[in-house]
Design a protein around this ligand. Structure first.
Ligand SMILES: Cc1cc2nc3c(=O)[nH]c(=O)nc-3n(C[C@H](O)[C@H](O)[C@H](O)COP(=O)(O)OP(=O)(O)OC[C@H]3O[C@@H](n4cnc5c(N)ncnc54)[C@H](O)[C@@H]3O)c2cc1C
Length: 504
């Protein structure tokens, strides 16, 4: 059977689901296949930073996740049993109404699946991609069982071992970064405060204990445990052995009573790698999420980066599918997103090395230089802002133009805050649409040009206190496309730079 679609998304993790929701919001036909028999049941990530929460909001997928999130937005570090450093990830520092969520990845994925279903989509489980061949018009994908699907575009959101990436011949250079980590979610009565996570620096390697919301909201004794095992071989321990190892390690490294760890609901071991795809696009094949970049999970950058890729790609792919933009627009996806992933690899690798602290000299540096530094509110604000990805900007990207180096903020390429607009919020109106921010006279001058280029997926809004001489065009991913005076020819120049053309 040969079934056709505009975009075939391979992989129903956070990146694939966010991309699929975004494409449906833009009126693109999409199919999502996943080789797994059904949704993943293991928690994996437990922190979604603020920018990822904004993506969920713009996609209409946030629902009641904020109410269900644990409030563990503080990390206390102990050395020699004494608390020496507290890092806060909370909203007072960031000034955002959408702070980070402390929830298992399963809940983020479930929220995205619900939204995908509301929009008319459905994941085809038990359907792995085994082969793909592209030609000038599209891609023929072969699924398990020999079924073929013809798609105009193929999006590889199939994780670190991406089949799509390999079939497209895209390199994934990098290297292992650490030895093995032990990982588990378990019920425990350690007597630790649940207002945040706890980390112990220790010569044998660090130990982290972080509160997890219990599935269904019952009980308050579920914890995420992570311990580094320097020098450990690749031998995999089973769940009972991991439980025993944790009971020993929490005593040795943190002075906690090991027998208070009652049971485990999930256990695993992993080794950290850092790898970055050599390209995000090969003809009609695109990559997003872990298929394009992997790094240390410490710092919680995986989902937020993958969902950011998806949001950036969705509107560009939609314009190309609808024939409103040239393929060149898709090259701006890699130009905007790959430098960010490279920075995430750099920062998470540095954090992982510091956390491991695997030399006496490094441990001295951490104790006497870095700890006092990180206790400073200004340093914490910068670190938290960077981790949140709220400050991500595409100012240096190909769409920003020269105006991005000058003038008032936000500049072209910057994220636009969630402005109040006469009874609504800017971000609530985006996702599947662009926003023209203007008062009546400015709107009347710009609307015809914008609708000729972008069709009916544009909403005109007037933010509270807006000036008559300002017009902004905001992209569906909340980045500023262009700002200027009503009637200026800069808007047309921006549309041409993006290779978005007016309908004939
Ligand atoms: C221990 C741990 C802790 C972490 N903690 C955090 C955290 O706190 N915060 C955070 O943001 N990130 C964290 N991460 C990283 C996060 O889990 C990943 O970045 C995220 O899952 C990547 O999402 P994705 O959609 O790109 O890929 P994945 O979630 O890997 O999804 C890929 C999907 O593709 C499917 N697939 C694979 N091959 C095929 C094929 N050939 N055909 C069809 N389907 C296929 C798979 O079945 C899977 O469902 C953590 C990771 C680990 C391991």
């Amino acid at each position: 059977m040969n079934e056709s679609t505009d975009v075939l998304v391979v992989g129903a993790g956070p990146a694939g689901l966010a991309l699929a929701c975004g494409l449906l919001l833009h009126g693109v036909r999409v199919r999502v296949v996943d080789q797994a028999a059904g949704p993943a049941t293991t928690s994996r990530a437990n922190l979604l930073h603020a920018r990822g929460v904004e993506v969920l909001d713009r996609l209409g997928a946030l629902g009641d996740l904020p109410e269900r999130s644990a409030q563990g937005l503080v990390l206390t570090t102990y050395i020699g049993g004494r608390p020496v450093m507290r890092i806060r990830f909370g909203d007072p520092i960031l000034g955002t109404p959408r702070p980070a969520l402390v929830l298992p990845q399963t809940e983020i994925e479930a929220a995205l699946r619900r939204r995908f279903a509301e929009l008319g989509g459905g994941v085809e489980w038990g359907t792995g991609l085994v082969d793909a061949r592209q030609d000038g018009d599209g891609v023929t994908a072969v699924l398990g069982g020999g079924r073929t699907v013809r798609a105009s575009w193929l999006a590889g959101c199939d994780g670190a071992h991406s089949t799509v990436r390999k079939l497209a011949g895209i390199g994934f250079p990098g290297a292992p970064l650490t030895d093995q980590w032990l990982l588990a979610d378990g019920h425990a009565g350690f007597g630790l405060g649940r207002e945040g996570g706890h980390g112990w620096a220790h010569p044998d390697g660090p130990l982290f204990v972080m509160p997890m919301p219990s599935p269904g909201g019952t009980g308050d004794d579920l914890w995420r445990l992570m311990a580094y095992l320097p020098g450990a071989t690749d031998e995999k321990l089973d769940e009972a052995e991991i439980l025993e190892a944790f009971r020993r390690v929490v005593g040795e490294r943190a002075g906690l009573a090991g027998e208070q760890l009652k049971d485990l609901v999930w256990a695993s071991m992993f080794r950290v790698h850092r790898r970055l795809a050599t390209g995000y696009r090969q003809g009609r094949v695109l990559l997003a999420g872990d298929a394009a970049h992997i790094h240390s999970p410490m710092g919680g950058q995986g989902m937020v980066t993958g969902m950011g890729d998806a949001e950036n790609l969705a509107w560009k792919l939609a314009l190309v599918v609808h024939g409103r933009a040239g393929h060149r627009l898709l090259d701006t996806y890699q130009a905007e997103r790959r430098p960010l992933a490279a920075e995430v690899l750099r920062s998470t690798s540095a954090t992982a090395r510091l956390q491991i602290g695997d030399s006496p000299l490094l441990r001295l540096l951490i104790r006497w230089v870095l700890v006092p530094l990180f206790n400073r509110p200004a340093v914490q604000r910068r670190g938290t802002m960077a981790a949140s990805q709220l400050g991500v900007t595409y100012r240096r990207g190909p769409l920003a133009g020269r105006g991005s180096r000058l003038g008032r903020r936000p500049r072209p390429g910057d994220r636009v805050a969630d402005l109040a607009c006469a009874g609504t919020r800017l971000h609530a109106e985006l996702g599947g649409r662009w926003a023209l921010l203007a008062t009546g006279p400015g709107a009347r001058l710009c609307e015809p040009q914008v609708s000729a280029a972008l069709g009916d997926r544009v909403v005109t809004l007037t933010p509270d206190g807006w000036r008559d001489d300002e017009v902004w065009l905001v992209r569906p991913d909340a980045h500023l496309a262009w700002r200027g005076r009503p009637g200026s020819d800069g808007l047309g120049r921006w549309l041409r730079r993006a290779s978005i053309h007016p309908e004939p």
